[in-house]
Ligand binder design. Structure first.
Ligand SMILES: [Ca+2]
Length: 124
């Protein structure tokens, strides 16, 4: 299952280029909050993966502790993060791929949305 179908509509501009103007760097266009958020999701993964395609256990621990400690319960409990990593690891290679990482982002986004709309099953 791929995401090829979405490609024709994607990525006209990847990110704003910066131009000098009066000694100040200015972006050629302003990213919206949503575009910045998507970019952050991508650059956070890439930065943590350090040039590889996957996050190994240590990199995933660091990413969760550093970036998601406010939003996630047990983000600094190594055993809990390890368990979460195993849950995300669909192909069981012991590493977190970008797709598997997106599963976590999707899960957090869904939880946040349920919290905001009060549609959480526990909230009734
Ligand atoms: Ca994996």
């Amino acid at each position: 299952m791929g995401i090829g179908w979405v490609r024709p509509w994607c990525l006209v501009n990847e990110a704003p280029e910066e131009e000098e103007e009066g000694g100040k760097k200015i972006a050629t266009w302003a990213m919206t909050d949503m575009e910045s958020a998507i970019k952050t999701v991508v650059t956070t993964f890439l930065g943590s993966a350090k040039g590889k395609d996957n996050l190994d256990g240590g990199s995933f621990q660091k990413l969760v502790k550093k970036q998601l400690g406010g939003m996630m319960e047990n983000a600094n409990v190594s055993s809990a993060v390890k368990e979460m990593q195993q849950g995300l690891d669909e192909n069981n290679d012991g590493k977190v791929s970008f797709q598997e990482y997106l599963t976590l982002i999707g899960y957090l986004a869904t939880s946040l949305s349920e919290r905001k709309t009060g549609s959480n099953a526990d909230a009734s």
